[in-house]
Write a protein that binds this ligand. Structure first.
Ligand SMILES: C[S@@+](CC[C@H](N)C(=O)[O-])C[C@H]1O[C@@H](n2cnc3c(N)ncnc32)[C@H](O)[C@@H]1O
Length: 267
């Protein structure tokens, strides 16, 4: 990873928390593991998904890893505060995991592959430490799936700036559609990918607030200065694009975005 495109700021930490809770019913209704099993969570960040997983699977032992020390400390503090005792946090890099072969029954990885310059090597590294017949659960977005009404050249361009900047940082904001191919090439079997579409309009005010504004538009707005500085867009076009995104999150607008959740077996 050249640089984590969204950064490790307080604003981004808050965004990750809002994102995880607003999407929980869409992404996690089937994030369950057998009692007594061991699960590695890769790239746990501030623990936004960890909380949901640990609550839904109280009898599972989680090991949650990340390469950012500060996020790990924050995640561990929050889990202590909430009284969870089934998660162990550890610093580790997906490319160089400090675990022996066949260490975990299952692996969970959410919004991480999109930031890696070599997701295939990352997946192969996970496969090595996953037990035979163990499962890997991966969740990713795909910014190409975003549709809005109204939509303008400028609003499309702001989202495209994020796609380009993420690619410049070595990542891939369009990775959701590739999950099946990546898992197959990495040697996983029994691959099942399910698209999880989020749709918002004025009839769903909490989702407009939590997803359209505080997750999606907030994520796009996070690259404003970089996008303008690198000449990907003018300040004037950026401001219009963001105003148009807010209009799509307004009384007469709509937003649609698709996440992809894959489950595959180490077979
Ligand atoms: C978008 S955040 C997602 C955090 C969390 N999974 C969530 O959904 O809220 C991506 C996380 O992946 C971590 N990460 C990036 N590259 C990594 C690597 N090579 N090994 C382990 N973690 C990594 C980052 O530090 C960051 O915390």
């Amino acid at each position: 990873m050249k640089k984590y495109i969204h950064g490790y700021t307080e604003t981004e930490a808050n965004r990750l928390g809002v994102q995880a809770s607003i999407l929980a019913s869409h992404l996690h209704y089937d994030s369950t593991f057998p009692p007594g099993s061991t699960v590695l969570e890769v790239g746990c960040g501030i623990g936004a998904q960890t909380k949901i997983l640990a609550a839904a699977n109280p009898d599972v032992r989680f090991t949650s890893i990340d390469i950012d020390e500060q996020s790990l400390r924050r995640a561990a503090g929050e889990m202590d505060r909430l009284g969870f005792s089934n998660v162990h946090f550890q610093w580790a890099d997906i490319y160089n995991l400090p675990f022996s072969a066949n260490s975990f029954d299952h692996i969970f990885c959410c919004f991480v592959l999109e930031h890696l310059s070599d997701p295939m090597t990352g997946l192969q590294s996970l496969k090595r430490i996953l037990k035979q017949k163990g499962t890997l659960m991966v969740i990713e977005g795909d910014h190409g799936s975003f549709l809005s009404f109204p939509e303008s050249e400028e609003s499309r361009k702001t989202v495209q700036c994020l796609v380009e900047l993420q690619a410049n940082a070595g990542g891939n904001a369009l990775i959701g559609r590739e999950l099946s191919a990546l898992l197959r090439k990495a040697g996983f079997g029994k691959i099942q990918v399910s698209p999880r579409q989020i749709y918002t309009d004025a009839g769903r005010p909490e989702v407009v607030e939590g997803f359209s504004k505080k997750t999606f538009i907030a994520m796009v707005e996070g690259v404003k200065e970089q996008a303008i500085r690198l000449g990907l867009i003018s300040r004037c076009a950026w401001d219009k694009g963001i105003a148009d995104l807010y209009e799509a999150a307004g009384e007469y607008g709509s937003f649609t975005y698709t996440f992809f959740k894959a489950i595959a077996e180490n077979s």
